[in-house]
Design a protein around this ligand. Structure first.
Ligand code: SF4
Length: 385
């Protein structure tokens, strides 16, 4: 089921808390449906279904009927159950742990959470809430596998927690709130705990004033990491100025960059590359829709020849005496990711473990906070070819 979104939604809170005018600037602009979003929605449905069966909230018959519908969805792949089970197993283990503490332990799935006492018209949907003995845990399933998401000070989870606290805090006497991200396809299940007092203090002192400014579309436009999913990111002037302004700041020596300046450019480079590619894609889409950019024109791109009738050509060539081994490519196995999707992560792990190696990666420059150990930079000690 598609989830409704509020103007000041929990999922976009990081953006509108940092750049308050962005909520109104993006209002009414349609979200482009992406295959990743559709896959994530399906994974949530699957997770909820598995949990409902485990918790005996639905019969096996109902489970099988609903599972069949999910399996018929175009975004479904065989390994999806394995991926989602990392989340459902965590939920079940946590719930059993809560039941061990008190038989009154409570669990809610896909709960609508209202945080409009702090954020005008604010609501969202929490994937799972578990409460026992003055402790509440909010568990959020994330299906993305791009960037690892941390639960620490995570605005989206804090808003869900506020909604859940408002609903259950008084009834269950909740003192501590744990927020857990289950980013299953990155093996990232991590938690962060704060007291309910700290959460409500943040909500009163920081969230509420900013949400009111954001609701009015006021405040300063501030670019940052939160621009990634902003619907006006292509046309946002402040963001463009930030990207293009990098070089203007480098003015120590007018001719040559020093190591500090190069380090600064390295930090900005991925964002600039991504932004430039987004601008090219956006402008192309607009041009296809009729927009004319001064000095630019639409042309047909370069293309390569391709064989339209492979069987027909192969027949002619073999009739002419060419061997099949020479005219056909050798058979090759699918890549590991595709095989995992086909067979399932766990089963593939069992079957494929002794056939797979992980060669050393090529040297890469990363920032110091990266978890990987530092390489000795004497080049000829390594053979990366
Ligand atoms: S692109 Fe970034 S800076 Fe511009 S409005 Fe959106 S969030 Fe704010």
């Amino acid at each position: 089921m598609a989830r409704k979104h509020a103007l000041l939604s929990a999922s976009s809170a990081e953006r509108w808390l940092n750049c308050t005018p962005s909520a109104r600037l993006t209002e009414g602009i349609k979200d482009k449906s992406s295959p990743y979003a559709a896959e994530g929605t399906l994974a949530h449905e699957l997770g909820e279904l598995i949990l409902k069966k485990e918790l005996k909230q639905i019969t096996t018959r109902k489970f099988n009927i609903e599972l069949k519908k999910i399996e018929e969805h175009e975004m479904y792949y065989k390994g999806m159950i394995d991926d989602v089970e990392d989340y459902t197993n965590y939920v079940i283990e946590t719930y059993h742990g809560a039941l061990n503490k008190t038989k009154d332990a409570f669990i809610a799935l896909e709960e609508r959470l209202d945080f409009s006492m702090y954020v005008p018209e604010g609501f969202g949907t929490g994937d799972c809430i578990i409460i026992a003995d003055g402790e509440m845990e909010i568990i959020d399933l994330k299906f993305g596998k791009g960037v690892e998401i941390s639960p620490i000070n995570n605005s989206q989870l804090k808003l869900y927690a506020l909604g859940a606290y408002e609903k259950y805090g008084f009834i269950y006497g909740i003192e501590n709130i744990t927020m857990t991200i289950a980013q299953v396809r990155l093996n990232n299940i991590s938690s962060w705990t704060i007291t309910s007092d700290m959460l409500t203090e943040w909500a009163e002192e920081e969230l509420k004033p900013k949400a009111n400014i954001a609701y009015k579309g006021k405040g300063e436009t501030v670019p940052g990491d939160w621009c990634t999913f902003c619907k006006v990111r292509h046309t946002c002037k402040v963001r463009a100025e930030m990207m293009l302004g990098t070089y203007k700041k480098l003015s120590k020596d007018p001719k040559v960059l020093d190591v500090e300046e190069i380090a600064e450019i390295l930090g900005q480079a991925p964002d600039i590359q991504k932004w430039a590619k987004e601008m090219q894609d956006y402008a192309l889409e607009q041009a296809l829709g009729g927009t004319k950019y001064p000095g630019w024109k639409l042309v047909e791109g370069r293309s390569n020849r391709k064989i339209e009738d492979q069987d027909g050509l192969a027949q002619i060539l073999t009739r002419e005496g060419y061997k099949e081994d020479d005219i056909y490519k050798p058979k090759a196995l699918e890549g590991i990711t595709n095989l995992e999707r086909l067979i399932g992560k766990k089963k593939f792990g069992e079957l494929g473990a002794s056939y797979i190696v992980k060669p050393p990666g090529k040297p890469t420059l990363v920032t110091e906070d990266d978890k990987r150990p530092e390489l000795d930079s004497v080049e000829d000690e390594f053979d990366f070819n």
